[in-house]
Design a protein around this ligand. Structure first.
Ligand code: CS2
Ligand code: MG
Length: 408
């Protein structure tokens, strides 16, 4: 069996999904996702310029050898751009393999460990009242877990994960009016003064059952993060995410000495070596890696197994930047993983998105039901894809009030 060609498509409804389609001489094709939010053209050119010419003629069944060829063969290894490109190839090869086996992908991992997977939604509010309404909206749909982000009084701009206006050109993360970023102003003291109390009021309002998650988005120093974690302990958070910048792995050791709040980290990691220290030293409870920019299924499965050895559970990244292809790959891993924890789920289930990526995967009452269709169980409509092309967008850049650049 041979790979005969591959194509990269960039675009989608309100998103620049980077979709890879690998064709074989047996009529079977595989689909992969290399979307790297706000840097989408880079994995696309890595795929087009280097990887695709090297894939042609290779046996698609040898997904391990192809992964090693791309990773070790690159010499300059790792990094989100390369790992997103390798990840797309790897997801597509597993899709082909499962289609050849005539099985849903999860069967190749060891079958299903659960009927459905717990997901969490994002609730936001410019103030606490609006946030509580928003959480109620998700709770009423049956969600058991919600990530909560709230506007902070007197914060110069809205802060992470909070919409400033009803700008339809923004999806909270990406501003599609161009590549020049908007500036957000951050003030740690105001956040630290307000947020613990806001979280306590949310817990009081919704009672003990709701799983409450909160994302600090890398904004605190180690000492501040430890103090924050300590102060939110009575809230019984499901997790506190990215309390400190993810690169500074010793920061979490300091936090661990002061608090037992469950910690989730890893959405910006792209290799098992980024996760190893945190997992092996029990500095985290949930690993937030994603198949998209962490080298695909082959590599992420190794991370899941390493995590399992140390009682760390999965909480795969699922921001709206992931296309239904990588979300499907994660759904198959979630169905299998013995140490599954939770899945962030934000693929906008719009008519346009469903038309571009038809599938039988289902979300109901805050639970994700993986499809039993063969392969990834998601398709890609090339005709629909003709409607879309790349639209330049950017993440905000954060500064302190004195002008100092801070972590987004
Ligand atoms: C966020 C992300 O989902 C999350 O937890 O931290 O939405 C993050 O802001 C984006 O992926 C950035 O592109
Ligand atoms: Mg996050």
């Amino acid at each position: 069996m041979k790979i005969t060609g591959a194509k990269v498509f960039v675009g989608g409804p309100g998103k620049n999904y980077v979709t890879l389609k690998i064709y074989t001489d047996q009529g079977i094709y595989g689909l992969g996702d290399a979307t790297l939010n706000n840097r989408e053209t880079l994995p696309a050119s890595y795929l087009r310029d280097y990887i695709i010419p090297n894939l042609i003629g290779k046996d698609p069944r040898n997904s391990e050898d192809i992964w090693q060829f791309l990773y070790r063969g690159a010499y300059f290894r790792r990094g989100p751009i390369a790992m997103a490109a390798f990840g797309a190839v790897d997801i597509a090869l597993w899709d082909i393999k499962a289609k050849l086996a005539n099985m849903p992908l999860y069967q190749l991992f060891g079958g299903k460990s659960r009927d459905s997977a717990l997901v969490y939604a994002h609730a936001t509010g410019s103030d606490l009242e609006q946030l509580i309404d928003n959480i109620t909206f998700y709770k009423d749909q049956g969600y058991k877990a919600v990530r909560v982000q709230c506007g902070i009084p007197d914060m110069p701009t809205a802060g992470y994960g909070v919409r400033e206006d009803d700008d339809s050109k923004s999806d909270f993360i990406t501003d599609f009016s161009g590549i020049k970023p908007k500036i957000e102003i951050w003030d740690t003291e105001r956040y630290m003064r307000y947020m613990p109390d806001a979280l306590a009021r949310i817990r009081e309002h919704f009672g003990p059952e709701l799983k409450i998650l909160h994302d600090v988005h890398h904004r605190l120093t180690p000492r501040e993060a430890a103090a924050f974690a300590k102060s939110v302990e009575p809230v019984s958070l499901f997790w506190l995410e990215d309390p400190t910048p993810a690169e500074d792995q010793n920061a979490l050791q300091f936090l661990r000495q002061h608090s037992t709040v469950p910690i989730a980290i890893g959405e910006v990691f792209n290799s098992i070596y980024d996760c190893q220290h945190l997992i092996e030293n029990n500095l985290i409870d949930y690993i937030r890696i994603a198949v998209t920019y962490a080298g695909g299924i082959t590599h992420v499965k190794r991370i899941v197994d390493l995590a399992g050895l140390h009682n760390v559970r999965t909480g795969f990244h699922g921001a709206p930047s992931h296309s239904p292809i990588s979300m499907a790959a994660q759904a198959h891993l979630n169905a299998w993983a013995p140490n599954f924890g939770i899945q962030e789920y934000l693929v906008l289930g719009t008519k346009e998105c469903d038309a571009l990526f038809p599938s039988q995967h289902k979300l109901a009452s805050g639970l994700f039901y993986v499809s039993d269709d063969i392969g990834l169980g998601v398709d890609f409509d090339e005709k629909e894809a003709e409607k879309y092309s790349y639209v330049a967008g950017s993440h905000p850049v954060v500064r302190l009030e004195d002008g100092t650049v801070w972590n987004y």
